[in-house]
Write a protein of this length. Sequence first.
Length: 284
Amino acid sequence: MKVICSVKKMQEMSLSLNRKGKTIGFVPTMGALHKGHISLIRRASLDSDVTVVSIFVNPAQFSPSEDFKKYPRDFSRDKNICKKEKVDVLFYPSAGQMYPPGYNTVVKVSQMDNTMCGKSRPGHFTGVATVVLKLLNITQPTTAYFGQKDAQQAAVIQRMSKDLNLPVRIKVLPIVRDNDGLALSSRNSYLDKGQRQDALILYRALMLAKNMIKGGEKDVKKIIRAMNTMISGNKNIRLDYIVIVDPLNLKPKNILSGNCLIALAAWLGKTRLIDNIIVRNQGL
């Protein structure tokens, strides 16, 4: 496995691979790798001639009050995981490489970046879209892989890719969960045992909504109200939002039809968790 820290060297390698007709599968990460990341890496390896993983904790997507400085970092561990998974190239740039002096360009995906997580994290998705576009330009992948857990991020990136005519396929793979249903997240490491147990109610609320819909419930407000009641019963959780939206454009669903993204975010102490499910083809 090659470890490349230079933007120029990574781009040169990628362009050379493309000229040789090699397909590149790319998995962008912020490190603190877990089974969710590994599922993306394994799919990229199956699909592609060359697998590239990036590790970059992007300062542009954190506000001054967020957890950029304490975000979990263990490059040695992550590097060993990538080696074990037979990753071909690990791209590990510094902030100075990605945002050199004089850098002054951002990417904004309007209307999709100021809802859901964008309401409580203003500027977050501008930082995400900017760094992902940069990473795609640097690694020149045939296909890039993202997880469904960050559903809004995936939708924003798909929209950006389509709008800017990027020559890359965006694949969004299912959420990987622990046996008890908790969605895997690097931020789960912040939770103590009690908080982790409390966090399970988030998935249970999503399952409640799914079962209501499968049972014929069409009233979006009633479904959200039932979820809210379940979650608010736990005084250790502070709910940020619950929404039922179209999974592609993130517009609120007033009438349940087609595919529905049910998404939520909540605080457990100082840790903010997100989760979601997609309920497909209701025909309602």
